[in-house]
Write a protein that binds this ligand. Sequence first.
Ligand code: OOG
Ligand code: NI
Length: 466
Amino acid sequence: MTALETWELRAEFARRLSAMYGREVPAYNTLVEVSTEVNEAYAAKHGADAERLGSIARVTAERHGAIRVGSPKEMAQVARIFAAFGMYPVGLYDLRDASSSSVPVVSTAFRPIDGAELAKNPFRVFTSMLAAADPRFFDQELRAELDAFIGARQLFGEELLTLADKVAAGGGLAADDAARLLELATAAFELSGDPVDYEWYKKLEAVSAVASDIGGVSTTHINHLTPRVLDIDELYKRMEARGISMIDEIQGPPRWDGPDLLLRQTSFRALGENRVFRYADGSTSEGELRVRFGEVEARGMALTVAGRDLYDRMVAESDARLAVAPAGTTRVEVAAGVWAENLPRTEKELALQGLAFFTYRLDDAALAGASLAGTASLSDLVEAGIAVPEPIVYEDFLPRSAAGIFQSNLTEEGSKDEAQVGTSYDIHRMSEIVGFEVHDPNDLYQRQQDASIAALAHRLNITLSH
Ligand code: OOG
Ligand code: NI
């Protein structure tokens, strides 16, 4: 019996969730189909350049999922399951303040953290936890009810958790254990047919539709599953041409003629799905809920702290200009102008200015014509074409886009009592909750870049300064 490697398990987990979600939300299959068309056309047109930010095999299989849990206990349990698939928490996203309407969650993303693992299969899951302790959203009485409801449910069974711990400890599983782990882990995220308590659901929905989706039902489910495309503008056009109306704008960086940066995302609005409701008199009947939707993304390069500061300043500048722009001007039009003014247009310039993360490849031909003494600067090597910067792909999320994705699917504003002081969460608190260290994404990119520079210096047998 062959033992499966962790990445094979992860890839199979993503495939199974994808098959399940496609049965539940058929429009997802359309999105995947159109994404595949767009990627094939893009690869045919751009050749090797299309693989600058990941092989076609990686990009074709690439998905991120989003799930939502109700308590620290549930967060810690789901972390054990993801660990079995080589997915660890990275980044803290506090969406409570990133949005104007009521989004009472704090989130992290579970994903592989090692470059080689990411290249094999980068499946990631954006995981949000209800901030039930935050008095701005939930008064004492509602909080007690929420705690009781969530405390009484079991999202993940003992068999699943035990199997997950076993594989996480051993780094591989015998085939029959693997089959069972995959079956149970996939089923844990399936939409449940259990009746939804109508009054309880509506009570939470009055605070926030996110709260009712999390705390108003007895199980969790995939909220969306997102394929990656190489040309998101083209995808947007093709989806609209098929009669699927997308949200108004692509979130994140604008389209421009320089390298792809960070993350651009777009989605179509939640679709009505049948659910059974149970009413106060004990009767049940079919109703409809709209919470699950389709999203697609295009990934670009990871930015350094300096690059990210610049990005955040450009976002603020775009907002400021938009506020005084003539009616009808879009955010994207304004942003494209701001970007053109502020950002270098080539990977090489981004590397030289320290704005994005790179690994460095040695160009042997350029090296052959050069004479290197005992020390050199990385910049000189880049200028001379000896060290060729290769971009590191952004593997994470953007809080503003994430809040936008949540919000684009809310029909009501919900309520938030700003007179109360919010509960604070930081990356350390989140690590305690999750039961694993929540990595700072910048540290992971920096480590990868540093290792590549050290390897370069070693191969050249020189001391490298920056
Ligand atoms: C998660 C929203 C965030 C993204 O791609 O930014 C997200 C959710 O709706 O649960 O998935
Ligand atoms: Ni998403």
